[in-house]
Design a protein around this ligand. Sequence first.
Ligand SMILES: [Zn+2]
Length: 181
Amino acid sequence: MPPQTPTPTDHRRWLRLTLDLAREAQQAGSAPVGAVLVDASGHEVARGRNRVGEAQTPEHVGKASVAHAEMDLYFSAGSLDNPETLTLYTSLEPCLMCGGASALLGVGRVVWVTDDPWGGSGRLIRWSDHPAMQDTEVIPTPDPELEREGARLFAPEARRAFPDEGWQLWRQRYPRETEGL
Ligand SMILES: [Zn+2]
């Protein structure tokens, strides 16, 4: 059973934190994506951010294309107590790897700031069709203002890292936020 329904204010608070972590990743030379895991009482369990552009350390997987924010978070969290009561907040729609990890761990709810029309799981499989995601509540982009902020933050990375086909999907999904890039 997913954790108790948070209010829009709860969502906003945690989604803002994922954007702060995304900016921290960007400043460190990685892709701007951040993630936070929150328990049913509204306390932070773990946080993570993208580290693909940074060196590997004993504490964090780095310098690898799998060093996504959610994986960073899950590795630092270790084994999870009552994962079905936890909410994963991310600044960007999780990819298949991170969505799959969330399903494998049995996380109760996944919420993201901004869709990723190219790299997000939703392009390849409907979240609700995933056999392991049946008990996971998925809440895409609940806050339109933060969604636009997140799209502007990630758009240059989408332009740089994705093939042209992927960039075109970004331009269609977020025409204003990708303008001029
Ligand atoms: Zn990922």
